[in-house]
Design a protein around this ligand. Sequence first.
Ligand SMILES: Nc1ncnc2c1ncn2[C@@H]1O[C@H](COP(=O)(O)OP(=O)(O)OP(=O)(O)O)[C@@H](O)[C@H]1O
Ligand SMILES: [Mg+2]
Length: 274
Amino acid sequence: MEATAPPAGDGGLAVSDLVVGYGPVRALRGVSLRVPAGAVVAVLGTNGAGKSTLLRAVSGTLRFHRGGIGGGDITWRGTRLSGVPAPGVVARGVTQVPEGRRVFARMTVEENLRAGALGAKGGGAREAALARERVHTLFPVLAERAHQRAGLLSGGEQQMLAIGRALMARPSLLLLDEPTLGLAPLVAARIGETVKEINAAGTSVLLVEQNVALALSLASYAYVLEVGEVALEGRTADLAAGDEIRRRYLGMADAARDRPRGAPPRRTLTRWFA
Ligand SMILES: Nc1ncnc2c1ncn2[C@@H]1O[C@H](COP(=O)(O)OP(=O)(O)OP(=O)(O)O)[C@@H](O)[C@H]1O
Ligand SMILES: [Mg+2]
């Protein structure tokens, strides 16, 4: 690894030598990563590499999955974040959009958004109204469907709602776990555009993605996790220009491309090169 991570300074997120386990299962084995203030940073990696675990550790939601931090440190804006329970993390300006969207299906779109605003630091009705206005501008469909049950939305719309709900907490850092998974290419591209807009408005983003092309186009810096460790990191311009990511997974991609017609795909990673 020649590349050095950009400094987070006191304005960003710094994860140092983070060790996380679920009981006896060791999911992260000393992961270090930085998200400088204002940046979009991507985390890539195959299934089970530890991407969601990393986001859960930052957002303080590990305990809901019976996981725990076994070592290392997480700091945000110069103060310690590890050990802070989930509501405290949201109150400090860090909000996670969990894997698989997880909207409240039986609640309306509007009620989902309102729930997102509950954890916001300070601010009253006026701030919440401004946040909602911003979410509606980003995702007009959420205004059109305000009184519809969230469970009736399409997958893409539910992802928009999940992101919108997180934005209602007015985060300074947004943690996105595979926001385009299972979405049609056009919808995925739309989500990508939204990530750019959110970042342009001043929110830093830590983006977990299996779609490498999309992640490299959105982020300035990327980390590749392999079985709980950072196997590769660098500026996305360098990673995109070089063939390190491709070389690492070429065997799988080629195997899938050459597979007999109708045979099942061997690894999900093939969609990296689709
Ligand atoms: N609640 C849990 N209990 C026990 N083991 C878990 C739990 N959640 C995750 N793991 C294990 O921890 C490791 C990392 O899982 P994690 O979900 O963080 O990976 P991931 O990179 O997000 O994978 P995916 O791409 O499938 O979402 C895996 O070996 C997984 O089986
Ligand atoms: Mg995951």
